[in-house]
Unconditional design. Sequence first.
Length: 469
Amino acid sequence: MHEPTPPITNANATSAASGPLPSVSATHDWTCPFCPLLCDDIDAHLSDDQSLAAPATQCARLAAALARYDGSDNVCAPSIDGSPVSLEDALEEASAILMQARRPLFGGCGTDIAGARALYELAAGCGATLDSMHGDALSAATLALQDRGAFFTTLSEVRSRADLLVVFGCEPAARHPRFYERIASGTSTQREIRFVCCALDPAADTCAESMLADASPHDVLAFWSAIAEGRKPESLENGSGIATALASLMERIVAARYTAFVIEPAALPQPHAALLIEALHRIVKAINRTNRAGVLTLGGADGALSVNQTVTWLSGFPLRTRVSTPDRPPGTPPLDHDPYRYRTERLLAAREADALLWIASFDPHPLPAALAADTPAIVLGTPALASALASAITSPNTQPRNAKTVFIPVATPGIDSDGHLFRVDASVVVPLHAARHVALPSVASIAAQLVDHLAAGRAARAALTRRPA
Ligand code: SF4
């Protein structure tokens, strides 16, 4: 059930000392959009000042996210260079920026599937490049998939089949606080967890141990690949103990019914995380010759996974793709994907992007540090971003921006609007339902209005050039 219900228990609704307490309504089985686990078992409590809480759910990330929303979001106005303006004026200015730009960049891309579809159309209307604020982690996983393929598993499979979890180089609960709860819910499977190249995750249960916590992930995977292909540890051992420890882990994996490897590309050492992911998938491939194993990849928050999937099905390429306009110069490909060239930080630092459209509709991620003060920026952001942006524009500690900065507050999918997101394992699209009643436009509706403004601007320009002298 997703509709907010009438006011619930408020036993102290009146108090002689403090007057009436605000009424609270609850949405049961609400889906949290703040990390890609997309927990759908939450009771979201809405106060009549439009603030939200989930007191029965133990999740620090959710609590911190909900604390950013309150009644002031209702009056959060669009702005240009920090001064409030009407939505129409903000759209006019934003479309003027995109019309003038020759190489616009759509960065952040923190939105849902509908937002991604609309942004793709807008990108095709102005020749923009699309990247995510989590582009490094996404690209590492994509590169490994493109080069060698992958053995993926899903949350459901981990929950129902995995009796051994091998967590490689990450702390799952740090960014996905209910990870262990989610893989344990509804099952009595006894599960052992081995942490390799990392310390024990404090949130893990007692059947867990850590090994090779301080070893180099590259060294460990090199030894592990050899052992998985049948090399004897004695022939590899160099005094580090790595080969012997991995041989014993492989014995445990062979004895397991199903081993789920858990990785988090954002936690792996950059810039060569793709090599590590590829090596791990090759080891899992070797295990699958005689046993069963799969890899669960954590990441894709802020809608990154959903935007990547959407752009891929629309264009055939993942993020870090440039979409050319129909009237592109001869010799320009309609689509160009390059995970290195079209990295946000590189494009901005090298001045290869002359306008930035920054989208952050979930968490209030600030503008990238590499954005030059004279590069115009349009921000479609959650209301919590408004004050951070205003202080970035006016702070005496930062270089004053001398190019336009347009801010348009937008709805957070699952908070202010309905929507859809891919779950962490990319196997399920989960519907989101608004938890409160604040009238903010969605990213999709703003992007669609910008498409219309650009079309109107182009038509006006064409009419001018056709006018007889
Ligand atoms: S674990 Fe993630 S999806 Fe679940 S409640 Fe916490 S932030 Fe939300």
